[in-house]
Design a protein around this ligand. Structure first.
Ligand code: PLP
Length: 334
C-alpha cells in the first residue's frame, strides 16, 4: 500500500523555530485537527509531546479523547462544553454561551474581522455579563486572523481590535484568562510575541504560506508520500495508458502502475497538465481511484516530498494536499 513517512527531525526543527519565535516551547499549542493535517493524529501527538509540547488544539471532543494522555491541556474548537480537568471549549456565539449550564472551562472567541466564527465586538459586553451572572468558568479569550498570510496591513487592524478586546476583558476583572490570536503565519510575522499561547498548525508541519518577503525562516516538510509498484509492462509507440487513453506512448517505454490514487486522498488532477513527482516523473494519463502510472520500474517511488510545491500543480494550498491524505494510509516515523 502507498504510505507516508513522517520526518521527526524536520518536525522538531520546525518546532524549534516556533519556540524561538514565541520565546518558549510552553507557548506552543500544537494544532492537531483533521488528523494532524493528514500527518496522523496520535502519531503527531506523541512526537509533539516527546518534543516537550504541553498543549494541543483540535476541532472535536473525539479527537481530544484520542490524544488526552499526551498533553496537559487541550483546546476544543467546536464541541459541546462539559467539565473536564484537561479540556477547554471554544465558545463562538452568544446562543451557545447562553445555553451553557456547567462549569466547563470556556474560551470566548471574538470576531475581530474574519466574520466566520466568534461573537462580535459589540456583543462583548453582553457576553461578559452573561459569564458573570451565570458564573461560567472563563479561562481564555481568543480571535483568529483572516489574512495573517497576506501582504497587507489588515493583520494590524485585527490586532488593534484584539488589543481593545483584551483591555475590555481585563477591565471587567478577568485577570487570569489567557489571550491568544496567532496562527503559524501570525507568529512568523510577529517581531515581538507577547501572548500566552500561539496556535501553531501548518508551520509545524513545515510550510510557510507567507509571501516571500516574510520567508526568512526555513521550515522543512514533515510528510512525504510514497507508493509501491503494483505491475510493469513495456509499451510500444502509440499504446495508450489508463482511462480514456489520455496518454499516448511517444516511443517504446517501460511503464509501471503504482498503488496510489484519488481513493487515497491524492488529487486526480488533469492529465493534460500532469503532476511531476518528487523524483521528476510525470504522471502518465489519468489517475485512477487506486493507481497511477509512471515511466519507471523501481519498487517504490516518492510521489511528494513538498506539499507546497505539489499544491502549485493543483492550484491549491499545502493544507489541502496533506489534509486530504487518507487516514488509512500507513504512517511511519523516520
Ligand atoms: C486551524 C487553526 C489554527 C492553525 O492555523 P495554521 O495556519 O495552520 O497555523 C489556529 N487557530 C484556529 C482557530 C484554527 O482553526
Amino acid at each position: 500500500m502507498a504510505y507516508i513517512k513522517i520526518n521527526k527531525k524536520n518536525f522538531f526543527h520546525n518546532l524549534n523555530q516556533f519556540a524561538l519565535k514565541t520565546g518558549s516551547v510552553d507557548k506552543i499549542a500544537i494544532v492537531l485537527k483533521d488528523n494532524a493535517y493528514g500527518h496522523g493524529l496520535v502519531l503527531m501527538a506523541k512526537l509533539a509531546s516527546e518534543y516537550g509540547i504541553k498543549q494541543a488544539v483540535v476541532i472535536t471532543t473525539t479527537e481530544a479523547e484520542q490524544i488526552r494522555d499526551y498533553f496537559e491541556h487541550i483546546l476544543v474548537l467546536n464541541g459541546k462544553p462539559f467539565e473536564d480537568d484537561k479540556l477547554s471549549f471554544t465558545i463562538a456565539d452568544m446562543r451557545t454561551l447562553k445555553s451553557i449550564d456547567c462549569k466547563a472551562e470556556i474560551e470566548l472567541k471574538v470576531d475581530t474581522g474574519m466574520h466566520r466564527n466568534g461573537i462580535s465586538m459589540d456583543e462583548l459586553g453582553e457576553a461578559l455579563e452573561t459569564i458573570e451572572t451565570k458564573e461560567l468558568n472563563l479561562v481564555g479569550v481568543m480571535t483568529h486572523f483572516r489574512s495573517a498570510d497576506v501582504l497587507s496591513s489588515e493583520l494590524f487592524w485585527q490586532q488593534k481590535s484584539f488589543a481593545k478586546v483584551k483591555s475590555i476583558v481585563l477591565d471587567a476583572g478577568y485577570a487570569n484568562v489567557r489571550f491568544h490570536s496567532h496562527n503559524s503565519a501570525g507568529v512568523l510575522r510577529s517581531t515581538l510575541f507577547d501572548e500566552d499561547i500561539a496556535r501553531v498548525g501548518i508551520g509545524s508541519y513545515g510550510y510557510n504560506e507567507l509571501p516571500e518577503v516574510y520567508d526568512d525562516i526555513v521550515l522543512k516538510p514533515v510528510i512525504s508520500l510514497w507508493a509501491k509498484r503494483a505491475s510493469t509492462r513495456v509499451l510500444k509507440k502509440g499504446d495508450r495508458v489508463g482511462y480514456g487513453g489520455d496518454f499516448v506512448a511517444p516511443r517504446e517505454m517501460v511503464v509501471s502502475t503504482y498503488d496510489l490514487g484519488y481513493g487515497d486522498g491524492w488529487i486526480r488532477g488533469n492529465s493534460k497538465n500532469p503532476y511531476i513527482t518528487a523524483e521528476n516523473l510525470p504522471i502518465l494519463g489519468r489517475v485512477s481511484m487506486d493507481f497511477l502510472s509512471l515511466e519507471t520500474d523501481v519498487d517504490e517511488v516518492c510521489i511528494m516530498d513538498d506539499a507546497k510545491m505539489a499544491a502549485k500543480y493543483f492550484d491549491t494550498i499545502s493544507y489541502e494536499m496533506t489534509t486530504m491524505l487518507s487516514v488509512s494510509l500507513d504512517r511511519i516515523v523516520v
